[in-house]
Design a protein around this ligand. Structure first.
Ligand code: F6P
Length: 561
């Protein structure tokens, strides 16, 4: 069976050279064609689609960088894919991909390049920012990280009292915590069992207190991660850590042995009191949520070692190269991104569930929430025009099989469609009897049940009481994609993260939005900065200029705290 996109070539599709910012997305002929097609295909059940072409599971798939992606249980046919690819071409996707790798300032509102792919480039590669090859700097930082990591892991880096480091506490939030924490959990089997790693993000004192309650300050290293070194939560926790360390060790000189920093802001690091020699830098062309391959991943390197960290970078790079070079029709991030467009904008599927059947990926949904929702939760196009279509879907998820005992009821029989990404590995991280077979059997079964359901007749034929039949009927026709890899190792994790990074990029390119800024987080921060004055006003019984709801809440809080 020829690959489905031969048909597309047979039609000798000539993709117009697009200029993405001149035509509104929904007025494009390609978008209109998809709207028309959606009306035709929406009523069709996956049962019908498989009946019409039983072999569709053999061609609605793609493979790259060790990842096999089956999307035959998505509600698409050949024509759907052809039309999505035509939309991608009309939106100039290939040019935007080339522009990212070229170092163009695609983060237009902050006037920055978005060149996180340079973080995982081989040492002789060339990636330019403002005409300068940044790869030598990238490898300079990686070498600095590796030297430090070896000293800590081998016990040569001594704390203030001469003891080796036995605990590492990463202090950061958002992209300065979610990636490192996810990678640590994902790759624990590759990590040092005699070192403790903790991740403190929340300004709620509980986070810091609980994370350090059982640690010995003399054996603890803090990594203060903050791209800007101005994030209030991180600075608050860094000062709490400093006080914790000084209370125990009693000398400012201890700071230099128990604190390092990861940031683009050397002045901020120095002002905090960390020796710039103990700072690991990165650059403004690396977005926070795209930074786990940078020095932000120092805790990852300390956990799994430099060699494994480089294997993770190699996995990122393999997917980068696949994304950069592969024709759209065989390009995993492109296919994943276009399927997200199809589900979001044409099947009105507003949420995407990420369901890793691997306990090690328990923080992967949380990581993807920032990557996807902080990138594509936007309401205007790159040139500031309000969008008249949905943008970023709501990402959520939980590992399987645990999620099956929590929210799968809604996914199977709820009134809303949820698009599911199942992620599984053929080899167990920790074999335990036949449990891995049981785990994977559940994953395969869930996507099958979602796709094909159980009709009322099938329910009746099982002999159940008639009044129960409606309750035990499964509509099915619920879309899912399955990703399958040999095992979860550093290389595969890198490729998996890069797949989602670039899928997010593809969606943003089609929606013509800036996937790399995050202005939406600023208002809350600004208002939070005004609340302390409102506390003072409320305590002095003066009226603050807040609304009556907030004012009443503040008063109650102050009365009860
Ligand atoms: O959530 C807003 C944000 O700026 C994220 O984009 C970023 O990852 C996080 O805060 C932390 O920022 P920083 O690394 O500068 O402390």
């Amino acid at each position: 069976m020829g690959r489905w996109h031969d048909a597309a070539r047979d039609k000798r599709l000539t993709y117009p050279s697009p200029s993405a910012d001149t035509v509104s997305l929904t007025r494009r002929a390609e978008w209109q064609a998809l709207c028309k097609h959606a009306k035709e295909i929406r009523p069709r059940h996956l049962r019908d689609l498989f009946a019409a072409d039983p072999a569709r599971g053999e061609w609605l798939n793609a493979e790259a960088a060790g990842l096999y992606m089956d999307y035959a249980k998505q509600r698409v046919d050949r024509e759907t894919m052809r039309l999505l690819l035509a939309l991608a071409a009309a939106c100039g996707l290939e040019e935007r991909i080339a522009a990212m790798f070229r170092g163009d300032r695609l983060n237009t509102t902050e006037d920055r390049a978005t060149l996180h792919v340079a973080l995982r480039a081989p040492v002789h590669a060339q990636f330019l920012v403002d005409g300068k090859n940044v790869v030598p700097e990238v490898h300079g930082v990686l070498n600095h990280m590796a030297k430090f990591s070896r000293r800590v892991r081998h016990g040569d880096w001594k704390g203030y009292t001469g003891k080796p480091i036995r605990a590492v506490v990463n202090i950061g939030i958002g992209g300065s915590s979610l990636g490192p924490e996810m990678a640590y959990e994902a790759l624990r089997r590759y990590g040092l069992r005699d070192m403790t790693f903790r991740f403190v993000a929340n300004v709620d004192g509980t986070d810091f207190i609980e994370a350090t309650a059982d640690l010995d300050p003399a054996e603890t290293l803090f990594i203060v991660c903050s791209k800007t070194f101005t994030t209030q939560e991180t600075l608050a926790n860094a000062h709490a850590a400093r006080d914790w360390c000084l209370r125990a060790l009693g000398d400012e000189a201890a700071i230099g042995r128990h604190f390092v920093a990861v940031s683009t802001n050397a002045a901020g690091v120095t002002a905090f009191g960390i020796d710039p020699a103990n700072m690991f830098g990165f650059w403004d062309w690396v977005g926070g949520r795209y930074s786990m391959g940078s020095a932000i991943g120092l805790s990852t390197m300390l956990a799994i070692g430099a060699e494994n960290f480089h294997r993770m970078l190699a996995g990122f790079h393999a997917m980068d190269e696949h994304f950069r070079k592969t024709p759209l029709a065989d390009n995993l991030p492109v296919l994943m991104g276009l399927l997200a467009i199809w589900n979001t904008n044409f099947l009105e599927v507003s949420t995407a569930a990420v369901l890793p059947y691997a306990q090690s990926l328990k923080r992967f949904p949380a990581y993807l929430q920032q990557l996807a929702m902080e990138s594509n939760g936007k309401h205007v196009t790159v040139d500031g025009r309000p969008v008249d279509y949905d943008t970023g879907a709501i990402f959520w998820g939980e590992v399987g099989t645990s999620g099956q005992h929590s929210f799968y009821q809604l996914i199977h029989q709820g009134s809303r469609l949820v698009s599911c990404d199942f992620i599984g590995f053929c080899q167990a991280a920790h074999p335990l009897g036949r449990q891995h077979d049981f785990l994977m059997a559940n994953m395969f079964a869930q996507s099958e049940a979602l796709a094909f359901g159980m009709t009322a007749d099938e329910a009746k034929s099982s002999g159940m009481p008639v009044p129960l039949v409606p309750h035990r009927t499964f509509e099915g026709n619920r879309p899912s994609t399955t990703l399958l890899a040999r095992r979860l190792d550093p290389t595969t994790l890198g490729a998996l993260v890069a797949l989602y990074e670039h899928s997010v990029f593809v969606q943003g390119a089609i929606w013509n939005i800036d996937s790399f800024d995050q202005w939406g987080v600023e208002l809350g921060k600004t208002l939070a900065g005004r609340i302390p004055q409102a506390f003072a006003a409320a305590e002095g019984d003066e009226d603050s200029d807040h609304d009556s709801s907030t004012r009443t809440l503040l008063r109650r809080y102050l009365a009860l705290r």
